[in-house]
Write a protein that binds this ligand. Structure first.
Ligand SMILES: NC(=O)CC[C@H](N)C(=O)O
Length: 494
């Protein structure tokens, strides 16, 4: 019945990490906890067991909390395309598109859906850990906000502000975030969490003391900078951090960094393999020397195919395949490998588009308004496989062999399934085949993706225990923001 909002001074300040860590730490205390983010802007999503689509981060946070992921945890999901339009998902189901100009006004139906989901979720759990978006002090957007202080005010939710000290300016950012809010909003902000600190805590302490004195608010902890903390990636911001650290890489995988890349956590599963070196390629020469080229999913297949061609990456992929080297296309990337892609109704871009694909697989794709959301299971390469599907494109195979809801022709593999590489047996089988086709002396290790994810979530829980005052934060969630928090100028007068 209680809740805590984790807001941030900026995007990427560490809200997702802190929310996930608190989900795990609270759950360890036997508390029934659920994650929530009113609105997520991301092309990285996941399918829940009832077929609902939610942001990947909330899905992982539910796993951290030990509860079944569900639509109410991320009632509004905006998936941006290349044309200023976002696909809107409400309570896990497609709900039309939104123009970027509608972002401030015209969204009350989304706000209402978000508040209803939050109220309902809170009624079923002891604590809801809410992740904010961007900064709560985006004062140009405050009137229409239902993700940060709008939601906090709706549910009387105590709030902490996370600041990234690695960027510098964290004291100004934390003080300013509170001071710009109206007095009523400020009354809910109980304190701060410093993230990504490296160095001597004794040097930081005088600043924290002064921040406490200046704001009359608590500092609930200082999380250290930690290199191995990646979670299933929420958005494309942290793509650079996904490179496998392996001195003697034996299988080199180049993932084409499509601008509207989506559901690319497939890459995370490759990144856990000790002998696999994963790099992202934005230009043709970055594919040179790759054993396996991966074309990942994309929110906008045709726009990204045009981008691929403009950069000459199409010729590099074709040359790679012509040399008998392996290519793996996943969902949107698979669609690109086909002979033809049509968008008669303008689902992803311009209506009436009809464009040749790379022609490596004998399949054609037509986009339809209805979205496919599924958790398929099956067999491929002689081992059991599972995955998830999120797509508007209907891809039909006219030749080649069947492969995971897709097609294969020699060393070129294409699948509609995301997440299949999280299956340890299938990942090994795919990598073994790829190595054979590429002539690489590589043998997959025996790592388990599920175990690695669990270990990372435990590591996050441990970090929270060690560096945050988890009991005080749980108490804050339960008791609400303390009375008498000072209102800082200039927001205090608003
Ligand atoms: N997940 C994906 O890669 C989606 C591919 C494509 N945008 C479709 O909807 O069909």
């Amino acid at each position: 019945m209680s809740a805590l909002l984790v807001a941030g001074t900026t995007s990427d300040a560490g809200k997702t990490i802190v929310t996930t860590a608190l989900c795990r730490a609270f759950a360890r205390r036997g508390v029934s906890v659920a994650p929530f983010k009113a609105q997520n802007m991301s092309n990285n999503s996941m399918v829940c067991s009832d077929g609902a689509e939610i942001g990947r981060a909330q899905w992982v946070q539910a796993v951290a909390a030990g509860v079944e992921p569900e639509a109410a945890m991320n009632p509004v999901l905006l998936k941006p395309g290349g044309d200023r339009r976002s696909h809107v998902v409400v309570m896990g189901r497609p709900a039309g598109t939104l123009d970027s100009r509608d972002f401030v006004g015209g969204r009350t139906h989304l706000r209402d859906a978000a508040y209803a989901a939050f109220d309902e979720l809170r009624s079923r759990h002891d604590v809801v850990v809410v992740e904010g978006a961007g900064s709560p002090a985006e004062i140009n957007l405050r009137a229409g906000d239902y993700v940060n202080m709008g939601l906090a005010r709706h549910g009387d939710v105590p709030t902490v502000v996370v600041g990234d000290i690695d960027r510098g300016g964290v004291f100004a950012a934390m003080f300013g975030t509170v001071a710009l809010l109206s007095a009523a909003d400020q009354a809910l902000v109980a304190g701060f969490v410093v993230n990504k600190f490296r160095g001597d805590l004794d040097l930081l302490r005088p600043g924290l003391d002064e921040l406490r004195a200046l704001t009359g608010r608590e500092v609930y902890g200082v999380l250290p900078w930690h290199p191995g903390l990646w979670l299933d990636s929420e958005d494309a911001l942290d793509l650079e951090g996904r490179r496998a650290e392996e001195a003697e890489a034996r299988l080199r995988v180049a993932v084409v960094r499509l601008p509207r890349i989506s559901n690319f956590t497939d890459v995370d599963a490759l990144g856990i393999e000790p002998g696999v070196d994963v790099t992202f390629a934005s230009e043709a020469r970055a594919l040179a020397g790759a054993d396996l080229v991966v074309l990942p999913g994309t929110r906008a297949t045709l726009d990204d195919l045009a981008w691929l061609r403009a950069r000459g990456l199409d010729r590099a992929v074709l040359a790679h395949a012509a040399a008998g080297r392996p290519v793996l296309g996943i969902c949107g990337g698979f669609q690109m490998l086909g002979t033809r892609i049509c968008d008669p109704d303008g689902i992803e871009g311009e209506a009436g588009a009809d464009v040749p694909g790379l022609g490596l697989l004998d399949v054609t794709t037509t986009f339809g308004a209805e979205k496919v959301l599924r958790l398929p299971t099956g067999t491929a390469l002689g081992v059991p496989a599972h995955g998830y599907e999120i797509h508007h494109g209907r891809t039909t195979r006219h030749g080649g062999e069947e492969f995971l809801g897709g097609a294969r022709s020699g060393a070129v593999l294409g699948t509609m399934w995301h997440g299949s590489l999280e299956g340890d047996e299938l990942r090994r089988a795919v990598l073994r085949e790829a190595a054979a086709a590429a002539g690489a002396a590589y043998e997959p290790a025996t790592v388990s993706f599920a175990e690695q994810r669990e270990r990372r979530l435990d590591l996050l829980g441990d970090l929270a225990e060690e560096h945050l005052d988890v009991d005080a934060l749980l108490d804050l969630a339960t008791s609400g923001a303390p009375a008498g928090l000072p209102a800082l100028a200039p927001g205090a007068s608003r």
